[in-house]
Design a protein around this ligand. Structure first.
Ligand code: SF4
Length: 447
């Protein structure tokens, strides 16, 4: 009998997680790559957050996905497999925006979404005529992707393996966000019946919709939510807060089983305070209250470091969060990811401190802010995170909800543990150091 071809899919990481890996989600990208792989292939997963990569085993191809902060490790893994004579394919956000860099560490690069090109790539590989680049460009308004494969996750414990996407793409094109360049500038939704049929195969309650903006087009989201209403799922997802302008949509969201929603408020001051995705004829405080009152935990993300932020932004943001009381505030440092308008601007202005991609993780300052120093931005972020996770602030937010007190308290305690614990983490001590140019070249192959 002929040997079946064998594929390794790698989710790269430079560190293993301890007990917190139990609260992580698996890579949806790799679950989808596995689903798009023809059935004659055996597919093996190496999630480096959980286990070591099996460099000693035989594979016919290795596929690696990476976001920017994972790119350095992805390149190390790619180089090692190539030195063993095994072809390597790199995909994901980072390889899409910097394919020339990725090709220094891979035999082929997938630019854009993998599902439309994966079968052809594998056929070319088996025929000995692999091309260096396989590109897909998002078109139309319908998203055609397979049901993801969870069998490749066997033997590992995640928060849930029930993750999926109902839509991709976003027209808001925020200057710091990779979604529009990667997934396109229109909302593409899957057929609601296809989504609901996939959900009917789920045997647990907890589900996560990994859309970047599941409620971006409310009319297309509505049939999905209505179909979910009778299923008994408990789910979380991401959206922009303007969905809460429609009280009926908020009620439908709660009926569908939504227990938590992440929204990007981004900024209390300057351009992003009035951006189309955040601007509304209602106050954000009223919209947040409406979601909270529906029993949904609302996680609100704020970013520090925009060009119109000076050092008063920390205090202003803390007071704003005290007033609005979203269930869980999340504070980030602005990060200019490659492929975004922000990266092009800062790169063009000579304001990037370095291109050490491992540090592009929105917990470190990698650029020179306009109205404050990098150190002030970093220390302001540290202090603001500690302030919003003081116990009185937590209790004030928890008690602001009409229900979900326990869930809300647990989420806040977990986040508080992360905030106070992470600040002791050693990587922050090197947050402002630019690496030597030689180091950067080793990581990225960049001139
Ligand atoms: S609204 Fe959200 S998903 Fe859309 S471009 Fe802005 S940040 Fe990205």
């Amino acid at each position: 009998m002929l040997k079946r071809p064998r594929m390794l899919l790698v989710y790269p990481s430079t560190h293993k997680l301890g007990w917190v890996k139990r609260f992580q989600l698996p890579s949806l990208s790799l679950k989808l790559v596995a689903a798009a792989t023809p059935p004659e292939w055996d597919v093996v997963l190496a999630d480096e957050l959980h286990e070591d990569i099996p460099f000693g085993e035989e594979f016919d191809v290795v596929g690696i996905t990476a976001m920017t902060h994972q790119a350095v490790r992805a390149y190390q893994v790619g180089d090692r497999f190539r030195s063993l004579g095994i072809p390597v394919i790199l995909g994901g956000m980072h390889a899409t925006v910097l394919p020339d860099e990725a090709l220094l560490h891979a035999d082929a690069v997938v630019i854009g979404e993998v599902e439309p090109v994966w079968s052809q790539l594998l056929a070319d590989l088996q025929a000995g005529k692999l091309a260096p680049r396989y590109s897909s460009i998002p078109t139309g308004d319908t998203l055609l992707i397979p049901w993801s494969r969870t069998d490749i996750l066997a033997g590992r414990k995640y928060l849930t393996t029930q993750t999926l996407q109902a839509s991709r793409g976003c027209p808001y094109d925020c200057q710091f966000c990779t979604v529009t360049p990667y997934f396109g500038s229109s909302f593409r939704y899957r057929d609601p019946e296809d989504i609901l049929a996939e959900m009917r195969t789920f045997d647990r309650k907890l589900t996560v919709l990994l859309d970047d903006n599941i409620l971006g087009d409310p009319e297309r989201a509505r049939p999905i939510l209505k179909g979910m209403a009778g299923m008994g799922l408990r789910w979380g997802g991401q959206a922009n807060l303007r969905f809460a302008e429609d009280p009926e949509l908020v009620r439908l969201l709660a009926r569908s089983g939504c227990i938590g929603i992440f929204v990007g408020l981004e900024s209390v001051a300057g351009a992003y305070a009035n951006h189309p995705k955040t601007g509304s004829r209602y106050s954000q405080s009223d919209l947040i209250k409406r979601v909270r009152d529906a029993g949904i935990v609302l996680e609100a993300s704020m970013i520090f470091g925009f060009d119109d932020h000076d050092e008063s932004v920390f205090e202003t943001t803390i007071r704003y969060l005290e007033e609005c009381r979203p269930s869980i505030p999340t504070l980030h440092i602005l990060t200019p990811y490659p492929g975004t308008a922000l990266f092009r601007q800062f790169d063009g202005e000579g304001r990037l401190l370095h291109k050490d991609w491992q540090r592009y993780d929105h917990n470190q300052v990698v650029f020179r802010p306009k109205l404050m120093s990098p150190e002030v931005l970093y220390q302001g972020w540290i202090a603001a995170r500690r302030e919003v996770y003081r116990w009185p602030s937590i209790f004030s937010r928890v008690m602001a909800g009409k229900s979900a007190y326990f869930t809300n308290l647990v989420y806040n305690c977990l986040r508080r543990g992360g905030v106070y614990g992470e600040d002791m983490d050693s990587h922050h001590t090197q947050h402002l150091e630019a690496p030597h140019q030689g180091e950067v070249d080793n990581y990225t192959g960049m001139a």
